[in-house]
Structure formats: C-alpha cells, structure tokens
Design a protein around this ligand. Structure first.
Ligand code: CP3
Length: 354
C-alpha cells in the first residue's frame, strides 16, 4: 500500500470501533465511553471471583480469572472498551521488589530508598513474570467483538516510583519528593529503569493484542512545575517515543492526574494521542486548549456516579455538551469507587447510549 494513512483506517474491522475512530479524529454518532476501574469491587461478580484467587496478585497472574474479570463489565454494560485487568504495581514486582496487596490496606512494598536498592532490581525476569498478563491479553482479545477495543496500560515512572520509594500509598509523597530534590542523579537511575521496563512491557502488551495503551500518572499533581516536566513529562515522552517506534499505529492516552494548566504542555512534550483529564479540569478550558492538540477523555467526578440520580445526568450532560464537539471519549476523572451501586453505571450507560 502506498498511501500514508494510519493503519486503523486500512483495517475495516478496526475502523468500526468507536474508540479507534475517535482517536483517529473520525466522527461518531455518540461519544464512545469506558470507565476507569470498570472492573472491581463495586461489582458483586468481581467480589465473588476474587475469592477464588489467593490474593490480588494471584488474580492478576491467573489468565483464566483475569480474563473473566476483564470481561465482566462488558457483559453488563454497552461500554466500548475492555481494560486489561492487571495493576501498575506488577512492574515493580517483575523487577524483583517485594510487592503485596493486603486486605483493607492496599499495596505494601519493601521500600527502595537508595541507589543500592535500585541496583538490587533487574529487568532480566520481567517478561517471564509478565507472561500470564500477556496470555490474558491474547484471551481477552480473542473473545472481543470487532467494535470493542482492548486497552492495555502501565503506570508512568513517577507514579510507580512513588509506590516503590514510599512502600505503598502515601498521603504526601515526601520521601520520594525529597529524593528527587536531594539526589536527582541517583533518583534518575530508578526513573531510567522504569522507562525501559515500561516501554518493553507496553510493547509486549501490544504484540499480544492490546489496541490502545494508557499511561497512568496518578500522582503527577504532587510535583511542582520543574519536577513535573522532569519526572512526569520527560519519562513519558521517552516511553511514547519507544513504543511508537515499534508500533506507530497504536494510540497512546496519557493521564497526568492533577496536572492542571500543564496538561497542555504535557500533550506537546510527550506526543500522546489523547489525555485523560481529572474532574478538576474545566471542560471549556479543555475544549479550547487541549482538544485542538489531542483527544480528550474524561472527566466525570466518580462521586457523582456513586450518588446517581438527576445530579449524575446533569454532570454527564454538562461534560458531553462541552467536549463532544471535538475529539472525545467519555470517562470518569478517576476510578469508579467501590461504594458505587452498579445500577448507577446502568443509568449512565443509558444516558450515553441514548
Ligand atoms: O478496571 C480496571 O481499571 C483495570 C484494572 C486496574 C486496577 N488497577 C485493578 C485494581 C487498573 C487500570 C489499575 C491501575 C492502578 N493501580 C493505578 C492507576 C489508576 C488509579 O486508580 O489512580 C494505581 C495508582 C494502582 C495501585 C493500586 N492498586 C492501589 C493503590 C490499590 C489499592 C487501593 C484500591 O483501590 O483498592 C490497588 C488495588 C487494585 N487494583 C484493585 C483493583 C480492582 C482492588 C483490589 C481488590 O480486589 O482488593
């Protein structure tokens, strides 16, 4: 073929998927949608299946169970995408750090606090450890209809580093921010390792069958502007460059949560095809400043979904009205919270599908 159109235009079945159309800048009759954390504890069928696994990591590393959990929300709702069931903390696990998910406590890691801690980690076992994840990708992709897409993902180096250094979820990220200020060269070795691991991991996910990838930088908003440019934008740009060199046709969505007005520079500096915006970003500002540069995904407050009713529809309507004139995928500003009644997700789907 001699033309230069992206390959999603050349493949008839791919071009039909509304999410790929949106990311290619093509119009849709209605906004395509999926929800961050669409698989998870708010679903009774998830809670049931979760008991069959020893723990959360075991669930992620058992293709039979992870495939089923990935597909659960699609059996209930007319959503346009499946997101691989895994976690951003599989990468530190694959690099050899001790990672555990404790009931009611969240992730617990043996913290990396200095350069010798980084030296104890290695890329050598990563793909062997991630083999069950790639197998889940193959299985899910094999059972998805042509109009649905499978989204793969990884954490951005900064966000993954926060967990690796703090030893879990932290309120203030003080240890990792101090390291980044106090010993930027040492800290950069951790970031470099994560750039390499994340690029390879995403490339393997694509080769196993994911059609879009999302890079979650959940704690990007903890950084001041120079740090945001250095530790969020630069590493993400490197990952985008490496993944695109191998697979230029696969769209990449970035989620630098809390980036505020720096979302615009993030798009320009990283070369992502889309950005997921948190609920604090103004819809009119995003339409004027972000949509000319990239697709925008977002940005319903997960609390509105948990609450349901008229306020949910009012909020969803406001977002659709403000963003559906441009490149747009409807989503939340962050993940579905466990207290969300599944019927409220039904209500939202009926509104978006209507
Ligand atoms: O449906 C999906 O979104 C796909 C799967 C997915 C999970 N985690 C499953 C999960 C995805 C995309 C993630 C990403 C993730 N993991 C992020 C980035 C997005 C975000 O939410 O900000 C982060 C920061 C993590 C790290 C993580 N994983 C934490 C802090 C926790 C504990 C807190 C919590 O929400 O439970 C997890 C556990 C986790 N990851 C669960 C699920 C469904 C709950 C596990 C359980 O069953 O107890």
């Amino acid at each position: 073929m001699t033309d230069t159109k992206p390959s999603s235009f050349q493949n008839g079945s791919k071009a039909k998927a509304p999410i790929l159309r949106a990311l290619a800048g093509l119009p849709n009759d209605k906004p395509p949608f999926w929800f961050m954390r669409q698989a998870g504890r708010y679903l009774p069928e998830y809670r049931k299946l979760r008991k069959q696994a020893r723990d959360f990591l075991d669930l992620c590393y058992t293709p039979e169970l992870a495939t089923e959990v990935t597909l659960q929300p699609l059996r209930r709702y007319p959503i346009d995408a499946a997101i691989l069931f895994a976690d951003i903390l599989l990468v530190p696990d694959g690099l050899g750090q001790e990672v555990a998910f404790e009931e009611g406590r969240g992730p617990v890691l043996n913290p990396v606090t200095n350069v010798s801690g980084i030296d104890a980690l290695s890329l050598d076992g990563l793909h062997e450890k991630m083999a069950p994840v790639y197998e889940t990708v193959r299985r899910v992709r094999g059972s998805l209809a042509g109009d649905k897409v499978l989204i793969g993902f990884a954490g951005a180096p900064w966000t993954v580093a926060t967990y690796m250094v703090e030893g879990g979820t932290s309120k203030d990220h003080l240890a990792v921010r101090r390291w980044a200020f106090g010993d930027p060269e040492g800290f950069n070795r951790l970031i470099e390792l994560l750039i390499e691991a994340t690029s390879q991991y995403l490339i393997r996910q694509i080769e196993a069958g994911v059609q879009v990838v999302q890079i979650f930088d959940t704690w990007a908003g903890a950084l001041a502007e120079p740090g945001f440019r250095r530790w969020s934008m630069e590493p993400t740009a490197r990952i985008v460059e490496t993944v695109k060199a191998a697979h230029p046709e696969v769209p990449i969505i970035g989620f630098p949560r809390g980036a505020g007005s720096l979302y615009r520079d993030y798009i320009d500096a990283t070369g992502v095809d889309g950005v997921s915006i948190d609920s604090a970003v103004s819809v009119s500002w995003a339409a004027a400043n972000l949509q000319p540069r990239a697709l925008v995904q977002g940005n319903l407050d997960p609390a509105a979904l948990a609450e349901g009713g008229g306020k949910l529809l009012e909020e969803a309507g406001r977002i659709v009205a403000g963003l559906d004139q441009g490149r747009f995928i409807f989503n939340l500003g962050h993940g579905i919270v466990p207290s969300t009644p599944p019927e409220h997700v039904d209500q939202l789907c009926r509104f978006l599908d209507g």
